[in-house]
Design a protein around this ligand. Structure first.
Ligand SMILES: Cc1cc2nc3c(=O)[nH]c(=O)nc-3n(C[C@H](O)[C@H](O)[C@H](O)COP(=O)(O)OP(=O)(O)OC[C@H]3O[C@@H](n4cnc5c(N)ncnc54)[C@H](O)[C@@H]3O)c2cc1C
Length: 391
C-alpha cells in the first residue's frame, strides 16, 4: 500500500466533510439537478460548517488554513459523494484564489467574511462568446469614468454560478489599442446594468448553473479593481496553476469513484453463469485503469506538495490537469461499457459521472491548450523535469 501524507487535523477534516456532504448536500443533488441550480442555503450551511474559504485569516472569519491538502480533502470527498456539481472548489479556490492572491486588506475585509459565511457566492467571469482559450480576443471593456469609477460594457458566457453568484471576478479590456492589457474587477451581482441570461442547458453538471452575463454601462468603483490596472492577463496566468490543480484533483477523485462503482458492479453482475468480474477482459481493463490512477495520484499529490511549497510550475499543473482529466474520461467510458445498458441510464451513478466528466477536458484549459503549454516547456528545458533535493 502506498502512503498519502495528511496531518491528523486533515484526516479529521475528511470525516467532517464526509458527514457534511452526506447530510447537507448529497440528499438534495437530485432536486438541484432538476431545477438547474444549487440552493444558496447549501453555501450558508457549508459556511457554518467551516468549509468555505478556510484559507482566509481568522479575523475575517476563516481558519487560516492555506495548506491545499484541506482543499484536496474537501474536493475528494465531494467527488466521492457524487456531488461534483456543487461548486465548492469554484467558490473556495478558483474564484476565491483571486481574492486570496490579489485583494487588498480593505477588499478582503469587505468581501471575505461573506465568502467564508456562504452569504457571498463567488464566480469567475473570463470567457466570452468569441474568447475562450484565446483571452486576447476579449471584447468586454472597462473605461475610466467620472467620480473614480469604471464603466463595464460587454458580454460573458459559460459562467458557472452565473445565476446564483453575489460577486464576480470579471476580466475586461482596459486599453482599446492593446488587447493584452486587461483589468480584473470585483463586480457585485446587484450592480445596475448587469443582467444574467437564462441558464444554459448542458450535457452534465446539471446542478451547477452556467449563464451568460451582460454588462451595459455597469459602474464599478475604483476600489473594486483587483491588483493593478492593465495587469489582468498576467494575474490570470499566475492563477492558472491553482485552477488546474483544482481540476486535476477533482478529476482524479471522480475517476477513483468511477472505478470503485465499476468494480462493485462487476462483482455483482452475472452473465453466462459467472460474474462479470471473472472475465479476463473485465479484469485486464480494470487492472490497467487502477495502475494508471495510482500513478496519477502520486503525481497529483506531488503537485499539491509543490503548490504548498510555492513551487508548482505552470507546465506541471498543465500536466496534472491533462493527465487526470483524460484518465477520468477513459475511466468513465470503460465504466459505462462494463455496466452495459445499466450504465446508459441517467439514474445510474456511472452515467452521471460520464456526463459530468466530459467538460473537464474543455474548461480550465482544454487538453489541446495544455499540450501546447507542456510542449513549449518540453522544448525549452530539459525533457526530464525533476530536480533533486535532500530529504
Ligand atoms: C460547463 C462549463 C463551465 C464553464 N465555467 C466557466 C466559468 O466559470 N468562467 C469562465 O470564465 N469560463 C467558464 N467556462 C468556459 C471555458 O473555460 C471555455 O469553454 C474554455 O476555455 C474553451 O473556450 P471555448 O469554449 O471558447 O473554446 P475555443 O477556445 O474556441 O476552443 C475550440 C477548440 O479549439 C481548441 N484549441 C484552442 N486553442 C488551441 C491551440 N492553441 N491549438 C490547438 N487547438 C486549440 C480547443 O482545445 C477546442 O478543442 C466554462 C465552460 C463550460 C463548458
Amino acid at each position: 500500500m502506498l502512503t498519502r501524507r495528511f496531518t491528523g487535523e486533515q484526516r479529521l477534516f475528511r470525516l467532517a466533510c464526509r458527514r457534511f456532504l452526506a447530510r447537507e448536500i448529497a440528499p438534495h443533488m437530485a432536486r438541484w439537478r432538476a431545477v438547474g441550480r444549487v440552493d444558496r442555503e447549501a453555501f450558508r450551511r457549508a459556511g457554518e460548517a467551516g468549509l468555505l474559504c478556510f484559507w482566509a485569516a481568522p479575523e475575517l472569519g476563516g481558519a487560516g488554513l492555506a495548506d491545499f491538502r484541506f482543499d484536496q480533502v474537501l474536493i475528494e470527498e465531494t467527488q466521492s459523494a457524487l456531488c461534483s456539481d456543487w461548486g465548492v472548489a469554484l467558490h473556495n479556490r478558483v474564484a476565491g484564489g483571486y481574492l486570496e492572491r490579489l485583494a487588498t486588506p480593505a477588499q478582503q475585509s469587505r468581501f471575505l467574511p461573506g465568502c467564508v459565511a456562504g452569504t457571498t457566492i463567488l464566480a469567475l467571469a473570463l470567457t466570452e462568446p468569441q474568447a475562450g482559450s484565446d483571452l486576447s480576443a476579449l471584447e468586454t471593456r472597462a473605461r475610466p469614468a467620472a467620480g473614480g469609477h469604471f464603466l463595464l460594457d460587454g458580454r460573458k458566457t459559460y459562467i458557472s454560478h452565473g445565476a446564483i453568484a453575489d460577486l464576480f471576478v470579471v476580466a475586461a479590456r482596459t486599453d482599446p489599442d492593446d488587447p493584452r492589457r486587461l483589468g480584473l474587477f470585483l463586480v457585485e451581482g446587484d450592480r445596475p446594468g448587469l443582467a444574467r441570461g437564462r441558464p444554459l442547458a448542458k450535457l452534465g453538471r446539471h446542478a451547477q448553473d452556467t449563464c451568460e452575463l451582460f454588462f451595459d454601462g455597469v459602474r464599478v468603483p475604483a476600489e473594486n479593481l483587483l491588483g493593478e490596472l492593465h495587469r489582468g492577463l498576467e494575474y490570470i496566468k499566475e492563477l492558472l496553476p491553482l485552477e488546474r490543480l483544482v481540476a486535476a484533483v477533482e478529476a482524479l477523485a471522480a475517476a477513483w469513484k468511477a472505478l470503485a462503482l465499476t468494480v462493485d458492479f462487476a462483482r455483482e453482475r452475472r452473465l453466462f453463469g459467472r460474474a462479470l468480474a471473472d472475465f479476463q477482459n473485465t479484469r485486464f481493463r480494470l487492472a490497467s485503469l487502477r495502475a494508471s490512477l495510482s500513478a496519477a495520484q502520486v503525481f497529483v499529490d506531488a503537485c499539491v506538495a509543490a503548490f504548498n511549497d510555492g513551487r508548482l510550475g505552470d507546465a506541471e499543473a498543465a500536466e496534472a490537469k491533462l493527465l487526470a482529466t483524460e484518465l477520468l474520461c477513459q475511466t468513465v467510458d470503460e465504466g459505462v461499457q462494463l455496466h452495459g445498458g445499466a450504465g446508459y441510464l441517467a439514474e445510474s451513478p456511472i452515467c452521471q459521472l460520464y456526463a459530468d466528466a466530459r467538460v473537464t477536458r474543455i474548461f480550465a484549459g482544454s487538453s489541446e491548450v495544455l499540450k501546447e503549454r507542456i510542449a513549449r516547456n518540453l522544448f525549452a528545458t530539459q525533457p526530464f523535469p525533476f530536480v533533486e533535493t535532500e530529504t
